[in-house]
Design a binder for this molecule. Structure first.
Ligand SMILES: O=C(O)c1cc(=O)[nH]c(=O)n1[C@@H]1O[C@H](COP(=O)(O)O)[C@@H](O)[C@H]1O
Length: 280
């Protein structure tokens, strides 16, 4: 999927919501546990109940890898279900990969070719040659960690570092600036945590046009309106992720309806923001 197509979906649905599929068997309803593939059945119910309110889904692979081969099969069934039934949705494999070049190529094949995700999250720590193998895939997107939502973000990401272009920049700013020069950088998006809303204006000075994946609203306390005020661009440029606050809204028989109600609340809030921004 191209970013233009993603923008068109956002306009159509009046939503830039990404639902995080972080399935924990200890949190899902009891009656689902009795089914043969509870993770997939849970995802299917959540996706069916929310697909018209969201433009994107993001399974975090940790929640599948934790269950071994069974978990990986559930992940594969989930992405196939989305691609077959709702091909207009933008899919994100949240795997936070990145390694020496030939290893990164294999990660990229796994998520882009075998599983057929539209995008994958990647850590920038190993630099250009660890990220470019992901960028080589046409119409696939590499979502680079820039400024993350957790408190540990301040351990390294905001340390002052020097480069020719940005003599006094923090490390996350260098990541944004330097990665713009990598081959096929048009395929880059960036992760910026919703809990860091005040940083978005600075970030937009460096990457005005890029899409940003923004986790951290809902369970982590980030504020949607604040993120949008500082981070939205002319193509919206934001995918706001919420996982636990939506998918665990209830663990009773009504879990899918309750998930829909939470997603609808976010979509309505987004619609108001979009109408205010694009009214003229
Ligand atoms: O890459 C991510 O998606 C991510 C980056 C980040 O800085 N913070 C962050 O929470 N995430 C992921 O986003 C999701 C947030 O989940 P909730 O806090 O339940 O909405 C989890 O899958 C996290 O692993």
């Amino acid at each position: 999927m191209t970013t233009q197509q993603l923008f068109e979906q956002i306009q159509l649905k009046k939503s830039f919501l990404c639902v995080g599929l972080d399935v924990d068997l200890t949190k899902i309803p009891q009656h689902i546990l009795a089914l043969e593939d509870p993770i997939f059945e849970f995802n299917k119910a959540i996706i069916d109940a929310t697909h018209d309110l969201a433009v994107s889904y993001k399974p975090n692979t940790a929640f599948y890898e934790a269950y071994g081969i069974k978990g990986w099969i559930s992940l594969q069934k989930t992405i196939n279900y989305i691609n077959e039934n709702y091909p207009d949705l933008f899919t994100i494999a949240d795997a936070k990969r990145g390694d020496i070049g030939n290893t990164s190529s294999m990660y990229a094949k796994a998520f882009f070719e075998d599983l057929n995700f539209d995008s994958v999250t990647v850590a920038p720590y190993m630099g250009k040659d660890s990220v470019e193998p992901f960028l080589a895939f046409e119409n696939k997107h590499t979502i680079l960690l820039a400024l993350t939502s957790n408190t540990g973000a301040f351990d390294f990401q905001t340390l002052k570092s020097k480069s020719e272009k940005l003599p006094e920049a923090e490390l996350y700013q260098q990541v944004l600036e330097i990665s713009k020069n990598w081959t096929n950088s048009k395929n880059l998006m960036y992760v910026v945590g919703a809990t860091k809303a005040t940083y978005f204006s600075e970030i937009r000075k460096i990457v005005p046009d890029s899409f940003l994946l923004v986790p951290g609203v809902g369970a982590q306390g980030g504020n949607l309106a604040e993120v949008c005020a500082h981070g939205m661009n002319d193509q919206v440029g934001l995918l706001i992720n919420s996982s636990r606050a939506i998918i665990y809204a209830s663990n009773e028989l009504d879990f899918a309806d309750k998930a829909r109600a939470e997603a609808l609340k976010m979509q309505k809030e987004m619609q108001v923001i979009l109408e205010a921004k694009f009214s003229n």
